[in-house]
Design a binder for this molecule. Structure first.
Ligand code: ARG
Length: 577
């Protein structure tokens, strides 16, 4: 039921093993020359010091029998490639199987892991920036995909809710009055709130003293201070939740794993590092030197876990967090969806955790991403140059999408229009983010991301809606066509079938590299193959009933793969738009 490329690779494995030894990879890939190409003979030839074409011939002599009914044609090409052409019957039967599979042919994981995905993690009483938008959107897509293939996923929203700024923030809240402060924060004026506190902190000594005393009270566990702190946290989370609701991400309050949660464990982190002999003193601070990390002068680079006055920091919290994930949650993998600038911090945290014996190599993964840029290719800012409020950005997306929908389909009833505009607007923002290689920066361009042409969410959503409309016009129940085995008579039908069957590989490539843009590219190719099919192959006006049924079946699977693929990216697919 998997991708035919995978099936053929499994079928060919014994032939390659017979010639090259056990475990040899047939290396099967899609190809322009045929449906697929197996390149495994090259490596064998190199290893055995033989002529690759002869190796390919030896493989082929065994493989022919293995591929009866699967390949209509196997040819040796170039320096020893096997060019494979699938039989139409094989493709059609695989497609019929995928159509009847709730996972549309996507393989489940052979080994179920418990995986933590650490994402979104904004900071309390600070505006979420576009970096937080990126981690939220990318992390959510990764969670959806890992869950889809059968892993057990724990989402952790490691919000920044602890540290010295809370002294000044609490004092500022007291100056404003709790109610006033709460309303400022819950509507999302986090940036204004933080800035005002900072200005006072820098201006007046009296305020600075109060702030510093407040930090001491907070760390000492003073009840009233903790209550005030709790108000800041609650109001900020309320704001984060409004952003999450608009975005349609999976995060809920149950996923909060805030920095403060690790607070009671911090002394233990230092003790344990001392016990395993890793703790050193450097300039009065307690540090660990992870092997292989040097500063610009070529000196060992320390990870500071306790400063000279006994305070713990971001790194200490992250070490506690690793211990918690390994020892309490017993995870097999932890995925950190965090911007590229924190690469060194995370690498050092992982290295120290490994040296301390808390973490096995390869268990922690940093899924890094680049910046969002404005048209001027500088960091994206609001028009007035202020930090960008995410809610405002998302509202603008909704407004623009609504205008686009009115323009495209003026007859859509008003209630449906709002829902469709939401799907398009939010889908466009998410897709623009997900469709570029995450490690690269990208330019935020409204017109491009909302366009109904090109590699955009609206284009893919439109392809899906168009298929839904075919079924509406045909007055055919979608499920009724799922039992017919499609006939792949034309090149366009064949190309579409091959693409549909590659959904499996597309999802797995995306998961293996934590790279959502791979799935995006796949869906874009699918939409284009569908367009090619639809232009050449009449569906409702097909020459005979059997052809019509077969083409409707192709339409149905295409729509479902598109819908599922978008869903894995966290994007919805309206039936009309
Ligand atoms: N709150 C941090 C920030 O806004 C990100 C936290 C990332 N997660 C972690 N375990 N360090 O930069």
């Amino acid at each position: 039921m998997a991708d035919p490329i995978v099936t053929v690779s499994e079928l060919l494995a014994p032939a390659f093993a017979a010639v090259g030894g056990p475990g040899v990879d047939p290396v099967v890939r899609p190809s322009d020359r045929a449906d697929a190409q197996a390149n495994g003979a090259l490596a064998i030839a190199k290893q055995l010091g033989q002529n690759p074409r002869q190796v390919a011939e030896a493989v082929l002599a065994i493989a022919r029998d293995l591929l009866v009914g699967v390949c209509s044609d196997i040819e040796i090409a170039g320096p020893g490639f096997l060019n494979l052409t699938f039989t139409n019957e094989f493709l059609a039967s695989q497609l019929a199987a995928a159509a009847n599979d709730s996972h549309l042919g996507v393989r489940s994981t052979p080994l179920v892991e418990h995986i933590v995905v650490d994402y979104s993690h904004p900071n309390v009483a600070k505006e979420m920036h576009v970096g937080h938008l990126r981690t939220t959107v990318i992390g959510d897509a990764i969670v959806r995909m890992l869950t889809f293939v059968g892993h057990r996923v724990t989402k952790e929203n490691h919000i920044g809710d602890w540290g010295t700024p809370f002294g000044m923030l609490i004092e500022h809240m007291l100056d404003l009055g709790e109610t006033e402060a709460a309303s400022e924060l819950s509507v999302g004026d986090l940036a204004g709130f933080y800035k005002a506190a900072r200005v006072k902190f820098e201006a007046g000594e009296a305020f600075g003293d109060r702030a510093r005393q407040r930090v001491v009270l907070l760390q000492g566990g003073d009840a009233e201070t903790l209550r005030l702190w709790g108000v800041l946290v609650a109001e900020s989370t309320r704001y984060f939740n409004t952003v999450y609701a608009t975005l349609g991400v999976l995060l809920t309050d149950a996923d909060l794993a805030p920095e403060s949660m690790y607070n009671p464990m911090l002394p233990d982190v230092v003790t344990r590092l001392r016990d395993v002999g890793l703790l050193r003193e450097s300039d009065g601070a307690q540090v660990v030197f992870p092997a292989g990390y040097l500063n610009r002068e070529g000196e060992p680079l320390p990870l500071i876990v306790q400063n000279s006055v006994g305070g713990y920091n971001y790194a200490t919290t992250d070490l506690a967090c690793v211990i918690d994930r390994v020892e309490r949650l017993k995870v097999d993998r932890m995925v950190y969806v965090v911007g590229a600038p924190q690469a060194q911090h995370l690498a050092m945290v992982f290295a120290v955790s490994e040296m301390a014996g808390w973490l096995a190599p390869g268990v922690a993964v940093h899924v890094a991403f680049g910046n969002v840029l404005g048209a001027d290719r500088k960091m994206l800012k609001s028009r007035s140059g202020e930090s960008l409020k995410l809610n405002e950005l998302l509202n603008e997306a909704l407004e623009r999408a609504e205008a686009a929908v009115v323009d495209k389909n003026p007859d859509l009833p008003a209630a449906e229009r709002t829902a469709v505009a939401h799907a398009i607007g939010i889908g466009a923002v998410k897709y623009a983010d997900l469709s570029t290689d995450r490690i690269k920066d990208y330019v935020f361009e409204w017109d491009r991301m909302l366009s109904f042409d090109g590699n955009t969410a609206p284009y893919l959503q439109y392809a899906h809606a168009r298929i839904c409309s075919i079924f509406r016009r045909a007055e055919v129940d979608r499920a009724s066509v799922r039992n017919s085995v499609p006939v792949l008579a034309t090149p366009q039908e064949r190309a579409l079938a091959l693409r549909l069957l590659a959904f499996d590989t597309a999802v797995w490539d995306t998961i293996d590299r934590y790279s959502p843009h791979r799935l995006c590219t796949y869906l874009f190719d699918l939409a284009q193959d569908f367009t090619g099919f639809y232009e050449h192959c009449p569906v409702l006006k097909a020459a005979d009933e059997a052809t019509k049924q077969s083409r409707l079946a192709l339409c149905d699977v295409t729509a479902r793969v598109m819908e599922k693929g978008l869903d894995l990216l966290g994007i919805s697919a309206p039936e009309r738009m």
